[in-house]
Design a protein around this ligand. Structure first.
Ligand SMILES: [Ca+2]
Ligand SMILES: [Ca+2]
Ligand SMILES: [Ca+2]
Length: 230
């Protein structure tokens, strides 16, 4: 009989097993570390994109209405009243929404104007319309905060002759045919081991960054035709 009974691991086997498992643990934790950094960065990308998309959605909706006049035979004088790099104000007729948009005491009268105002300042995009309220009760209407953590906004206007500008003078406001909107948003929280070394350039050629920090940024640009301006 040549029965060999295995009663346990030899010291060599044990050492090899320990060595292999420690290598595996090191590899796995490294992968996990890498993965958790990547997924944190991805989370930031998703939240910035969501924020930018909701801003762009509202801007598109409003700009499509800019200049709208339900009865062009009786002009209400709608359109842009200001068109600058970081802000714009425009009007349109809103005489069927059950709201006294111009605050004159009569609701939905002929040629009743709604005024919408966009302003970018202090890393925030503000939007004001007739529904904005005096939220801090100081007697002055406060614009609504549309988005925080915004690095830059650019309104780039294309006129009927094809020329483009980030600042349209009063005499040319009725010649605006489209607005190219660019919004550079930043994540609310930073991402571990991420470095934003990108330089962001808007359609007018303005540059932002590289910021060289660990916040995730995205630049979203879209062009909206102002089909109601004429
Ligand atoms: Ca109305
Ligand atoms: Ca009114
Ligand atoms: Ca106020």
């Amino acid at each position: 009989m040549n029965l060999k009974t295995q009663t346990g691991f030899s010291m060599i086997e044990l050492l090899i097993a320990i060595a292999i498992s420690s290598i595996l643990i090191t590899l796995m934790s490294g992968t996990y570390y890498l993965y958790s950094n990547v997924s944190q960065t991805q989370d930031r990308v998703v939240s910035v994109n969501q924020k930018l998309r909701s801003v762009i959605y509202l801007l598109e909706r409003d700009l499509l209405m800019a200049g709208f006049d339900s009865d062009p035979t009786n002009p209400a004088g709608t359109g842009f009243s200001s068109a600058q790099n970081n802000s714009m104000t425009f009007t349109f007729v809103e005489n069927s929404d059950g709201i006294d948009n111009d605050g004159d005491g009569t609701t939905d009268e002929v040629n009743e104007l709604e005024t919408v105002d966009y302003t970018f300042s202090s890393n925030t995009i503000f939007r004001e319309d007739s529904q904005s309220i005096d939220s801090d009760s100081d007697g002055t209407i406060d614009p609504d905060v549309l988005a925080n953590d915004i690095e830059a906004v650019e309104f780039y206007y294309t006129l009927e002759d094809g020329s483009q500008s980030t600042s349209v003078n009063a005499g040319n406001l009725d010649k605006i045919r489209s607005v190219t909107v660019s919004v550079l948003g930043r994540s609310q929280f930073n991402a571990k081991n991420f470095n934003d070394n990108t330089q962001y350039t808007t359609p007018s050629g303005a540059s932002f960054g590289p910021f060289n920090d660990s916040f995730v940024r995205r630049l979203l640009t879209t062009t909206v035709s102002c089909r109601n301006i004429r």
